[in-house]
Design a protein around this ligand. Structure first.
Ligand SMILES: CC(C)(COP(=O)(O)OP(=O)(O)OC[C@H]1O[C@@H](n2cnc3c(N)ncnc32)[C@H](O)[C@@H]1OP(=O)(O)O)[C@@H](O)C(=O)NCCC(=O)NCCS
Length: 280
């Protein structure tokens, strides 16, 4: 498959933007994207990208879409499957962002801030003059899946986890979860514990990725609260400028597919969310 054929704008049907209430996100709402994507202030688009699809011309993505530093990272992975997944995730990230920025995927440029969070470099020149400086994004990948969140004029973080390959979840919970979260986990049945763990974990990761701090943020200094209807909210104070208790932030579960758990955090109380699936 070539990079141009991979562009979903070439062959997808139109789908309405779906505003999804908390707790109701389901794999059924991952829609093919419309030809003309509109991302207004307060909108958040999350893209679901499969990394192990057969028939993808990974060599072409590597050569034609990635930047030289990204190709170096591909080459450094010990396991070939990890290099392939990184390559596809980066190429799709570029292709997704190019649709909003109005440029070629290879012309998407990143800058990394002091905390290590990548942002779009400004100065992409687009013919219609739409601003790209306020485009924000975040990427997460786990196993064979990646999620890309794109927003305008707000901070956004996303996380996805397969839940496979971790046998020490109880120890992680003790180390990284707040007392409120540990109490919530202690109330779970044996069957529900793992799901509850990843609900909390992905929400915490999404929030700390939104503020750019990642694990260094101090995971025990804020709470993810799980409400009776399954919706999530943040509590506690993680940084002077980011008092989560003010309600300025929202965090939502994402259900990207069987075996995966995901979450999205946005510094808006009620963002309008649309979920797209990459349809190459
Ligand atoms: C960045 C971090 C949040 C990644 O989390 P993860 O669950 O392992 O990985 P994810 O797939 O969800 O996210 C990775 C993507 O997030 C983005 N990212 C990198 N640093 C980021 C940051 N500080 N904030 C937000 N996003 C970041 C990148 O796009 C990255 O993609 P890449 O791997 O293709 O470069 C995590 O490594 C972290 O907390 N780093 C901070 C440094 C730190 O505290 N190190 C001590 C570890 S004990």
């Amino acid at each position: 498959m070539t990079t141009s054929a991979d562009d979903p704008s070439a062959s997808t049907r139109c789908a309405p933007i779906v505003t999804v209430p908390d707790g109701a996100i389901d794999a059924r709402i991952w829609q093919p994207p419309p030809q003309d994507l509109v991302l207004a202030p307060g909108d958040v688009h999350v893209w679901r990208i499969e990394l192990d699809l057969p028939g993808v011309d990974v060599a072409a993505l590597n050569a034609l879409v990635l930047a030289p530093d990204e190709r170096l990272r591909v080459a450094r992975f010990r396991r070939p499957i990890d290099g392939v997944r990184f390559c596809v995730a980066r190429a799709r990230l570029r292709q997704v962002l190019a649709r909003y920025a109005g440029c070629a995927p290879g012309d998407v440029a990143f800058v990394v801030d002091d905390l290590g969070k990548p942002h779009l470099a400004t100065g992409i020149d687009r013919a219609d003059g739409l601003a790209t400086a306020d485009l924000a994004f975040n990427l997460s990948h786990s196993g064979g899946l990646a999620l890309v969140a794109v927003a305008r004029g707000c901070r956004v973080g996303v996380d996805v986890e397969t839940g496979r390959g971790h046998n020490d979840l109880a120890a992680i919970a003790v180390r990284y979860f707040s007392p409120v979260e540990q109490t919530y986990l202690a109330g779970q049945s044996a069957d529900g514990w793992r799901d509850a763990f990843f609900t909390l974990w992905t929400a915490k990761e999404a929030y700390t990725k939104a503020i750019g701090a990642g694990l260094s943020a101090g995971f025990t200094r804020f709470d993810v609260d799980v409400h009776a209807d399954g919706s999530l909210s943040l509590g506690g104070t993680i940084a002077d400028a980011d008092d989560t208790s003010t309600g300025a932030w929202s965090v939502r579960r994402l259900t990207p597919g069987p075996g995966y758990c995901g979450a999205l955090a946005v510094d808006r109380p009620s963002p309008s969310l649309a979920c797209w699936r990459w349809t190459a």
